[in-house]
Every structure is written in C-alpha cells, then in structure tokens.
Unconditional design. Sequence first.
Length: 503
Amino acid sequence: MRVILKSTFFLGMILAAGAPASADSAGERVEEYWESAQMDGAQVGFVRGTVRRLDGVDGKRFRASEEMDLTFKRNRAVLRLRRERGTEETSEGKVVGVFMKQGQEGGKQLILSGALEEGRMHVRIDDGRIDRRLPWSDEVVGMYGLEHLFAKRKPKANDRWTLKRYDPTYNAVTTVNVAMKEREKIALTPGAPRIELWRVEMTPQPLEAPGITVRPPAETWWLNENFDPVRRQIELEGLGTLVLTRTTRQSATTLSPARSLDIGLKSLLPLNRALTRPYATRSVDYRITLRGDADPSSALTRDAHQTIDEIRGESFTLHVHPPREPERRVDAPAPSKEYLASCRFIDSEDERVKELARRAAGGEMDAWAKAKRIERWVKQNMRVDQTVEMGPASEVARRLRGDCRQYALLTSALCRAEGIPSRTAIGLIYVEKGRRPTMGFHMWTEVCIEGQWLGLDATLGLGGVSAAHIKISDHSWHDTPSLTPLLPVSRVLGKMKIDIVNE
C-alpha cells in the first residue's frame, strides 16, 4: 500500500521559489558578502548578504537583506529554492522594519512586512490576511547589527549573554543564549590549511504558542581574529545542517549539477527491521533515541495513541497502541469549541468544503461512521501531487490534489463541516523505500467521538490509524497565523533514531 509522505515537511515554510523582489532595492549599497552553501559535503547554493543605506525623513537607515539560493534534486527532478529576509535599522541599531518572502515552487509566495508603530512591530502577512502588532523592544538585534555585534563587543572565551532577535518563520521575537567558546582550528575549504577561529554557539530559548512549545534551531558561528563571521552552521527544517562559508561571488555561485543533493531521502529514518503488517498492527513498542536533547521524551506527545516509559539518558521506550473504535463513556469531557470552529487552514465554513462534506457523509447520522466515510471519500477523490503548496482546506477542496498535509487538512475540514470535532496530528509513519524499512514524516487527522480522539489517515483510507503511526503532536489550527503547528518536527529532524522492539 502506498503511503503519501511530504518528503521535505517544512520546505514550503522556509524557502521561496523565484527571485526575491528586493534583493537589489533602492539605496546605496554599503556592504555585501557571499557565502557558499554546503550540505552533506555537496555545494548546494549560496547566500548573498547586502546592506543598503536609505535616506528617510527620520535620518539614515540601513536595510540588511539576506538572499538564499539553493539547488537540490528531489526524486531526480532539479529543484531551485530561494528565500529572502531582513531588517531595517537606524544608525543607532534600532530595528524599525522587518520583511521576508517565502513560498513553494510553482506556488503562491508568502510575503511578510512589518513596521514599528507606537512601540509595536506591525506585521502584515499576505496583504493583511494576518495582521499582528507584536510587543517590541529596542534590544532586538537586526541582521546588520548582528553582523557587527562581535567586533564591537570583542568577547572573551567563556563569555555568555543573551540577545533578542526577530524570527519571521515564527513571527516572534526570540531570546537567544550566546556562548563564546575557545578558539579551534578548522579548514574553511577542503585541502585548505587549518586556521584558528572563535566558535560562538547561539541557542534560542523555547517559544510558547497556543497548544504548542517550539524550539527554534540553534546556530554556530566561527569568527576570525577581528571577530568577523567567516563560517556559519544553521539547521534548515526538513533539509538538515547547512554550512555557510564566506568566499567570493564566483566561488559561491559555482555549482556541480552532478553532485546535487537528493532531498527526497532526507526525511526518512531507517529502522532496524520491518513490521509484518504495518497498517493493520494494533500495538508496537519502539526504542527512541533523540541525540543532544536534554528532555527527549517531551518531544513526543503522550495520550491515548501512545505512552512513554523506560526513560534513560537520551532514550526512551514508546508504546504505540491507537484506539480503533470509540468507547462509550458517560463522563467523557466535551472537546473545546476550537475543534469545531472554522479557521484559516481548516476553513470548514467555506461553501465548497460544506458541499463536499455533505457529499462524503451521504446522509450518515452516526458520527464515527460518518468520519470514516469522509476519510474514504478523501482517499478516493484526492490525487497525489507533491508539488502543491501549503494552503487552506478550501483550496484543497477545489483542486483535490496534494500530499499528506492536504489530505489531513481536507479531512479535518469536512469533518468539522459535518459537526465532528477534528484536529491534525503530525509524526512519522512506516514506509518501505527500496525494500528498506523506514519512518517518514507524515500528517493525518484525529476526530473526537464521544470524548475520545481517534485517528484517521485519508492517504490510506483504512478507517483508522495503526501502530505504524508515531505521533509527535496535534493541533486545532485555531487562531494560527502561520504553519506553527508543523514546527515540533524541527526538534527531531536529523536527531532521532528508532528501533522496533516488539510488535
């Protein structure tokens, strides 16, 4: 049976296709740098940073912009991905504006812009579809300020402090713990002599969002004797570790197509053995290791779907045993109203969504039987398309194409339109790739029947989920301005090891 995975879960959230509009905007260019971008030893693109001086009514400002241009293979197809983001800052270092452009290849771009108004950053996304006024502080460090921060501060080994940065991916100000390490010898390019560089580790503190805790990825920078950045290492959710090295434009923009990295394989986690009947199995015990996490068991949810015990160091045992039928309980609490409410991504009040819901339900009155009819209808009427950009369920209802994300959102919306509380779950699912057992990142639907949450996976259409589904988190998508519900996956990307213990 075919499982529909999103091969790079966050691809649409962090990268943009097409040239960023403001990479060469008005204003005198006062700084520029180029970085080669490498992943898994292959050069995959470049980063270009520019700073332009703008003359305004309130004096001089600096517009710092960073354009990322990456090229990969995905299932033998060449994929070019780009992103631009930056800040506008006064000559004193005060951040007065933010911007970002992102999207997915062939899809609509998401444009974010913000301006400081009366002590708050007024951020508008998608021409005002999302409108937020964020609490702000003069302590927020912009892109231009961060580039020169270490040269101004001249820190010593073992110095520690915190700083504040705006991260457009989360549309939030993050507090970053900065740790200055000892100098270490590294070679900036293969075959080059090793040189001593300062190592700086920057670790953002967790962000709390409605119903979710997000841990933004850490960065490591290396600085020369003048405290200028010469190398950076960052995590791109869904892709892996990206190493950026300062170099010339010619070197940064020279790619070898033969060595293009295939990102279609990066979201798959190998298993120690195969499951016998993966989508029918009712119970599986897994041993999970989450490298480098001080509290690994908190990375996965604990509920009726799965439990956790035997926590030792970075490892724990996960018992997955999802319920397949509702249990009639007189004392079951009713779910909150947000699981029935129409929202940006699960827009169940849309007329097309309501029409498809009526068609899928077919007059069925029993809630659980109706939910399973909806799951089966989505399975039978959707067409797999890995190129569809992330959007609301109403768009899916009109196109009836997509990957696991679109299947889950549409199923959730159709259920809500028929009065069934629903949410989405994200996690991993068993899949065999080239006859090799693996786990791939996945998204499905959960519905609340008589106070009990039950899983449905419209990519399979089997009337429920099995113990081959490992759950990371769930979300109602209520009052959610972005793709925040997907972010818990970033905590485990590239860090998780899974062994099957018992089935």
